[in-house]
Design a protein around this ligand. Structure first.
Ligand SMILES: O=C1NC[C@H](CO)[C@@H](O)[C@@H]1O
Length: 427
């Protein structure tokens, strides 16, 4: 194992735990607002050589920190599955069997983030197939075969299958054991219990948990709301010093109903709200030509942002935009391609977030999707294979679809400008 590198020069002493006060985050007695990134593969990159690349990790954490990015959203549990486009290896090879090398990767990542005074948002499951996720739990609990959406194209059937997770006691038992295995862990490098580590800002129940499909999800609402309330309460009992959020996309992840989103987040066990913004996935903007309907897509996007910030204010909890992204020009995956449309999109999103922060509204931060760093695909189809470098795009998507690479200077400049403006806000 690599020796743990010395703290970078100028590393500040570690800050305390992030807490909630009304519609704001607090940190060390002052309001905390942040500019962050999605770094789903952070623990994988931090694993020992053979899976990870710790020299790349340290260099890219430095690059992110230098850009003012001090909050990273990271996958902290994955399940071995037969899904065609799932990340391999998985944190959990089988119910109750955990990959110590990936957990040591999470140890290493948290230590390196702590040195740089960064905060981690760790999600413990996934509604989607690219890390196994809820569908794999259903398969383990029922013995039924998986329905792979990348093979069938039946995304509605997949979403309904995943949503069975919420009401299957055996699936929940396996999941809670996984939660305990992470939250109850003591960092093998620092000796600090995860639940006592202020680097961990919050635990997320899952990535983008939905009640089910647009047509079938309403029947699962009671089970979904109950799952959120009970799981969030369970996590709070394991980690009383840290925050809990759901990982929801907002209305678009709540069968299009903002009221259902708010209802699911009323639980006092849910400390803050999350929402995501995916104009090209939601057909507001064209994947293959983001410039074509950019202005109308931007209008829909800004409206979506305002509605969710307003709703969080009414609920009296902070909210973060914990995913947003857009395609490269012409829908290209090539890291050398242009990002004119994406840069316009990022600027407009950040401008609206900053305006709402300056107004004292409930918005407390954002994490762009997603840091790709120096990860590059060498495959003609741009699809990830086990052993390939990691990028910001998980294995179910082309490597380069939404990644912000280390060479994307214009986009990273926009991110850095936003981070600087956020850090200049009164605290
Ligand atoms: O959580 C997610 N939201 C959208 C991303 C881009 O499509 C996707 O890769 C991921 O599953």
């Amino acid at each position: 194992m690599d020796a743990v590198a010395a703290a970078p020069a100028g590393a500040k002493p570690q800050s305390g735990f992030v807490t909630v006060q009304g519609t704001h985050f607090m940190l060390d007695g002052r309001q905390y607002r942040y500019a962050g990134a999605n770094f789903w593969y952070g623990a994988y990159l931090a694993a020992a050589d053979g899976i990870g690349d710790r020299a790349r990790l340290r260099a890219e954490l430095d690059q992110l920190k230098a850009a003012g990015i001090d909050n990273l959203r990271v996958l902290a549990m994955s399940e071995a599955s037969g899904f065609k486009r799932a990340v391999r290896p998985a944190f959990m090879a089988a119910p109750g069997q955990y990959d110590e090398s990936l957990l040591q990767g999470l140890d290493y990542l948290l230590v390196e983030m702590g040195k740089r005074d960064m905060k981690a948002v760790l999600y413990l499951n996934n509604f989607w197939q690219w890390s196994g996720g809820m569908s794999q739990y259903v398969a383990w609990a029922t013995g039924e075969p998986l329905s792979d959406p990348d093979a069938s194209g039946d995304w509605n059937g997949f979403m309904q299958h995943s949503a069975r997770f919420y009401a299957l006691p055996k699936a929940q038992a396996i999941y809670r054991d996984a939660i305990r295995s992470v939250i109850g862990r003591t960092n093998g490098i620092s000796g600090v219990a995860y639940a006592d580590d202020p680097t961990v800002m919050s635990w997320q129940l899952a990535n983008e948990p939905r009640p089910g499909s647009q047509d079938g999800g309403r029947a699962n609402i009671a089970a979904y709301d109950n799952w959120i309330d009970e799981t969030a309460g369970y996590i709070h009992r394991l980690a009383p010093k840290q925050l809990v959020s759901t990982g929801s996309e907002g209305a678009m992840g709540s069968i299009g109903d903002l009221d259902l989103f708010l209802q699911a987040h009323k639980s006092p066990n849910v400390d803050y709200l999350t929402f995501h913004l995916w104009p090209s996935n939601w057909s507001w903007i064209d994947h293959k030509d983001p410039a074509a309907r950019l202005e109308s897509g931007l209008k829909s996007s800004l409206d979506y942002i305002d509605r969710h910030i307003d709703a969080a204010g009414r609920l009296g909890k902070p909210i973060v935009l914990s995913e947003f992204g857009l395609n490269r020009d012409g829908g290209s995956y090539d890291p050398g391609s242009g990002t004119i449309a994406r840069d316009r999109f990022y600027r407009a999103i950040y401008q609206r977030l900053l305006q709402r922060m300056q107004a004292g509204d409930a918005i407390a931060g954002s994490n762009f999707w997603a840091w790709g760093g120096r990860g590059r695909s060498a495959n003609a189809d741009f699809m990830w294979k086990a052993g390939d470098p990691f990028t910001g795009d998980p294995p179910q998507e082309a490597q380069g679809l939404f990644s912000v690479f280390d060479s994307d200077a214009s986009t990273l400049g926009i991110v850095a400008d936003h981070a600087k403006a956020v850090h200049a806000l009164p605290r």
